[in-house]
Design a protein around this ligand. Sequence first.
Ligand SMILES: [Zn+2]
Length: 706
Amino acid sequence: MNFKRYLVTAALPYANGPVHIGHLAGCYLPSDIYVRYLRSQKKEVKFVCGSDEHGVPITIRAMKEGVTPQQVVDKYHAIIKHSFEEMGISFDIYSRTSNEVHHKTASDFFTKLYNDGLFEEKETEQFYDEEKKTFLADRYIVGTCPVCGNENAYGDQCERCGSSLSPEQLINPRSTLSDAVPVKRKTKHWYFPLQNYEPFLKQWIIEEHKDWKNNVYGQCKSWLDNGLQPRAMTRDSSWGVKVPLADAEGKVLYVWFDAPIGYISATKELTDQWDDYWCKDDTKLVHFIGKDNIVFHCIIFPAMLHAHGNFVLPENVPANEFLNLEGEKISTSRNWAVWVDEYLKEFPEQQDVLRYVLTANAPETKDNDFTWKDFQDRNNSELVAIFGNFVNRTFVLMHKLCNGKVPKLHEDILDDADRKMLGEFELTKTKIENLLEQYKFRDALFEVIDLARKGNKYLQEKEPWKKASSREPGAENQNQKLIDNALHVCLQLTANLAILINPFLPFTAKKMIYMMKVVDKMLDWENAGKTKLLSVGYSLRAPELLFRKIENEEVEKQVEKLKGTDKPQAASSKLQENKSKSMEQSNDQSINQSSINKSEIQYDDFAKLDLRVGTILAAEKVEKADKLLKLEVDMGLEKRTIVSGIALHFKPEDIVGKQVVVVANLAPRKMRGIESNGMILMAEDKEGKLHFVSPGDKINEGSSVT
Ligand SMILES: [Zn+2]
C-alpha cells in the first residue's frame, strides 16, 4: 500500500514527574528519528504527542503536596515539554489532555459509543470514604501488608515487598483522605465488552499484522489467546473527563479510555485537516510506545476505534522493551534514574551524545542496560574517535593542502579505492533506508558510523599529508592531483554523513552544514548517495569539533550521584540509629555500599556494632524475591535465620559451610514474611560482584570481630 500521509504518535508521558532516559529510549527517540527521516524524504507527516494529565496518581500527588491536581500537571507538563524541546524531539504539537479540545473530543467519543448501545452498565460494590463522601480507588486505601507487615501498603500493591494486593487483603485498611475505615457501597459503571471484538482483533492482528515486532505480536497473541474481558471505562473521581451522562455525577472517563483519544485531540489542535490523518485509508498511523502500553495501543484503543467507526487503525506499533540503569530497573520512586532535565543542565550542548548512546544501545528486542561507563566509551571511541575524527581530519587537511576549497576530482587517475569509497555512499543509504522502514534504529545508526569508519580507513591509506611533503622533482603536480582526489572524496563523504546522521543527531548535522556553508536543503534524503554535493572550488569554513571527549571525572560524578540518592546507606555515620530505617527502604542493603562517602565516626560508634563470625549451615532462595536468600547461620551458642540480598551472586548450594562476619545486634526485621536476625558483611569489587568477608582461617563460631 502506498501511503499518502503519515501520522506518528509517541506515548503520552504521564504528568506526575519529569521524563528520564528510559522514556527517551523507549519511544521518543525512535519516533523522532523516524519522523525526521520521513520529513527529509518530504513525506507529508504529522508528529503528535502531549501530556497525559488524568488518573489517580496525579490526584494522590496533589493531595500529598497540598496543591490541586491542575497545579501538579501544570508543573510537570512544563518540565516535560521543555526537556523534549531541548533534546530535539521534534513534535509538530505537544498538547495536553486537560485541554478543552481534548475533553470535548473524548466526551463525544464516549457519547457516540453510548448512543450506539456499545457499553454495558454494571453495578458493583466499591470502597467508599464516608467522611469525605467519595469512592476510593485502590490506591487511596492503605493498610498493613499481609505479606511483609509494611503498615503503609497500598490497596493495589505493597511498595516494600512488591506484592500485588487488593484492598480486601489489607489488615486495618484506612482511607488516605481521612483515615476513616472504608466501607463498601454500590456504584454504577460503564463497561466496554472487549470480548465482542475478539474476532475483529484476531483477524486484524494475528492474520494481517504478522509484520509487527515479535515482542508486540507475541503479547497481543497471548492476550487474545487468554480471552478478553469487559473493562470499566469510567471511574469514581472528580479529576478527569466528566462522564457525559445525566446519571454520572462524580464519575470520569477511565484514564486509558481518554488518553489515547489525546492523539486525536492533539491532531485536531494542530490542523483543520485532522480528519485526513485520522479518517482516510491512505494514512499510515504509527504508534511508538514502551512495552508496558502494548495492550492499550494494540487491543483496547483499536477496539474502541473500530467500534466508533470512521477511524484508521495503526499500521504498526513498534514498542521497545525497557532500559535498565547500571544493572537495575529504573525506579522513579527510588530516584534510580537519569532525569533528562538534569542531564541537559549537567551536560550542556551534549544532546546528541545522549541521543547517540540511547539509540546505539536501544532496547529494541530485549531489555538493555545504560551505564555511564558505556556512555563515556561510546562517546570517546565512536563519536569522537570515528565520526568526529574523520570530519575533523578531512577539514584540517583540506585547509592545509587545498587552500580551504573543495579540490577537483581528477577522473584520469581515479583508482579502485576511490571508486569503492564513492560507491559506498549509495550502498549505505539503501541499507539505512531498509533498516529504518523496519524500525531498526540501532542497526541503521551503526551503518552511519560504519561509513565514517570506512572514511577513516580510506584517508589512512591515501595518506595525503605524506604526498604533500614529498620532495621528488617532477612529482609535485602528480602528488597534488592525488591529494585533490583523496580530499574531494572525503569531503563528498562528509556531506553524505551529514545527511545520513541528521535523523539521529540533528544538532551535529546542523554544525556540519554550517562548516560546509550549505543550506538546510542539502540534508534532504534524496541527496544521500550523491557524489557531487559540494562544488569544486567552493571555500568551506574552518573545522569546529563536533564532539568532545568525556572525562572520567564526569561519569564518576554521575555514578556517585546515582548511588548517593538511591541507596539508604548515605547517612550511615549513625549506623545504629539509622539501620532499621535503612532496611525499610531497601532489601538489598548488602549491595553497592562501596561508593558511598561515609563521614568520620568515633570509636564509640564502631563499638556499638556486635560483629561475630558465623558459619552458613543452609541456604535457600526466597520465593518471589530474585535477590534474597534465606540463610541458617551457626553463631556458636545459637542458630540464626538471616535474609540476605545476595541471590544474584551466589547459588545456595555453593555457600553452605562458608564462614562469614555477621552484624549480630541488628534489630530483627521481616522480609517477605521471614524474620531476619542480623546482616552478613559483603565486599563489592569493581565489577559489582559480591564477596564474603571471612576470617583467614577457620575459627570458632561466635568469635567476635573487633
Ligand atoms: Zn509488603
